[in-house]
Design a protein around this ligand. Structure first.
Ligand code: ADP
Ligand code: MG
Length: 247
């Protein structure tokens, strides 16, 4: 099932085309990697899909709705989650409390009662932490977590919103190779199990080729190639503008 269909998406900043006539689609349960050199327009693409940026033109069909130009909150409500959205309070709460907050927020409750969060959706929050392998850290403060573990909590927080589409812009930045692989393996498993479509950017080609079902390549705002790892590895244009010596 096609979950996301991007058509002729463009974004200009002061007349400069950061994203230029890009079209692609993403299926439920699919891990799609968006790769390309720095400045290629990857983050701009992400930010149009999540509503942080308004497209100059083009369409973003998601689950039979048009998302182009909608507000971030409405897009989030429609079922588009993203990691890297740590709340300012993240470090002042425990792992469990953070996930409980995310569940609360999913239920669109007004939470001005931090003191009483204790009992709220505890089982559900623990189940989410179990899913990402963080249940045993539930009662630790987020401030003391290792970097890779913070990423797992972020994933649990994103899942609390029951996303159909998960956007991950450089999810493994700053992680050691082993942690990268662990996080992507976990993401891939969750995507398959829960039929979540995942769009991610990533600099490590090992990770991209290891986990992406399909790749799309941007260069100077244009989509220059798409296909599976094999196709992309052997694409002359991609090798020229991006992969260089990577085999
Ligand atoms: P990537 O994520 O692939 O590195 P970006 O999407 O961040 O690329 O950037 C694409 C191009 O758009 C770059 O040339 C960048 O300088 C420009 N750009 C991105 N955001 C803005 C902005 N808010 N204002 C002006 N130019 C921007
Ligand atoms: Mg970027």
């Amino acid at each position: 099932m096609t979950l996301l269909r991007i058509e002729a998406l463009s974004k200009s900043f002061d007349g400069v085309k950061a994203v230029d006539d890009v079209s692609f689609s993403l299926e439920a349960g699919e891990l799609l990697a968006l790769i390309g050199p720095n400045g290629a327009g990857k983050s701009t693409c992400f930010n149009m899909i999540n509503g942080q940026l308004k497209p100059t033109s083009g369409s973003i069909r998601f689950d039979d709705q048009e998302l182009a130009g909608k507000r971030p909150r409405d897009i989030w409500r429609a079922g588009v989650g993203r990691t890297f959205q740590i709340a300012a309070t993240f470090n002042s709460m425990t792992v469990l409390e953070n996930v409980q907050m995310a569940l609360l927020s999913f239920e669109r409750r007004v939470f001005n009662f931090l003191g009483r969060i204790d009992s709220w959706r505890k089982e559900e929050a623990l189940a989410l932490l179990e899913l990402v392998g963080m249940a045993e850290h539930a009662h630790r403060s987020c401030a003391v977590l290792a970097y890779g573990d913070v990423k797992r909590v972020e994933l649990a927080i994103a899942l609390a919103n029951r996303p159909k589409l998960l956007l991950m812009d450089e999810p493994t930045a700053g992680m050691a190779p082993e942690e990268r692989n662990a996080l992507m393996a976990l993401t891939a498993r969750l995507a398959k199990d829960q039929k979540i479509g995942v769009l991610f950017t990533e600099h490590s080609m090992d990770v991209v080729f290891g986990y992406a079902d399909r790749l799309i390549v941007l260069a100077r705002g244009r989509l220059i190639a798409q296909g599976n790892a094999e196709t992309i590895r052997n694409d002359a244009r991609v090798r020229e503008v991006y992969l260089g010596g990577v085999r």
